[in-house]
Design a binder for this molecule. Structure first.
Ligand SMILES: [Fe+2]
Length: 284
């Protein structure tokens, strides 16, 4: 059993790092962190960074998640190899580029690139964004899946991951108290489907909805409220067709032994208590 401790980062390839950074800072409200010749680091909380744009293919996505220590990382490598999921160990240069003590990389059954990391760097200074979107931190991702039932089994059998609720065949998965950390969505190709940042209040969601509309950023869903997590949300379009989400009020599952996952029907209606309909293919 591989025990995940936290979400760390998303790494996204782009052919326009400067443009992506401009969007991430001026629109999303992230803080520009470190910069190298071909990569830019973005902050959303006390971590060194939680998003990286690097010069690369726009379908080159990696998700970083933390495990407890080197022993846990070594055991995870052995376990993944035994499952037939080959592991590569990060070199010193790659660890420096990821700003972690050590990491291994593997792909899930869909082909999603996952880093398991130890000792991800934290920042000496508090997060201080260019735009006050009310962000409190990077919280979850939507992950593409060529077979959500198979991938749910992969994650739940081999990691400390459990299902919080299902939307159709899509599991909303978590490893801690937050209702979901990974949401699986059917897709013909691997990659990150959306990136969620939590914001402090309902007012922040609505302020951003006006802000985004004013700048003609396509709204993909919302404002609305998820019946699963009870979070109030808005989804919007980012660089390279990535979907970003702000949400607030995600349900915390403090007693998982006494919380049973609920099944919600397939189809876009089940995504919103208020009746908002998503303009997101994977939610249809
Ligand atoms: Fe989400």
């Amino acid at each position: 059993m591989i025990e995940l401790k936290d979400m760390c980062y998303v790494r996204l390839g782009t052919r326009d790092v400067d443009g992506a950074v401009q969007y991430a800072t001026e629109i999303v409200g992230l803080e520009a962190g470190g910069r190298t010749r071909d990569a830019a680091y973005l902050r959303s909380d006390g971590r060194d960074h939680s998003l990286v744009y690097f010069d690369g293919d726009t379908d080159d996505h990696t998700v970083g998640m933390e495990v407890g220590d080197m022993d846990a990382l070594d055991a995870a490598a052995v376990g993944l190899e035994a499952l037939g999921r080959p592991v590569t160990k990060g070199s010193d240069a790659e660890c420096e580029a990821r700003r972690v003590g050590a990491f291994i990389n593997f792909t899930d059954p869909t082909g999603n690139s996952i880093d398991l990391v130890v000792r991800p760097y934290h920042h000496r200074a508090r997060y201080f964004p260019a735009r006050d979107a009310g962000i409190t931190g990077f919280s979850h991702i939507g992950l593409r899946s060529s077979d959500p039932v198979r991938d749910e089994e992969f994650w739940c059998k081999n990691f400390n991951i459990r299902v919080s609720d299902w939307l159709g065949s899509c599991g909303l998965l978590t490893f801690d108290q937050v209702h979901h950390r990974i949401a699986l969505f059917p897709s013909d190709y691997p990659g990150v489907q959306h990136i969620n940042h939590q914001v402090e209040t309902f007012d922040d969601v609505m302020r951003s909805w006006y802000f985004l509309n004013d700048r003609q950023i396509p709204i993909r869903f919302g404002p609305g409220r998820h019946p699963t997590s009870t979070a109030i949300f808005v989804y919007f379009a980012g660089p390279d067709d990535m979907t970003f989400e702000y949400s607030t009020g995600v349900r915390m599952i403090t007693d998982p032994d006494n919380d049973r996952p609920r099944q919600f029907p397939p189809g876009p209606e089940a995504f919103c208590m208020w009746g908002a309909m998503p303009d997101i293919p994977e939610f249809q």
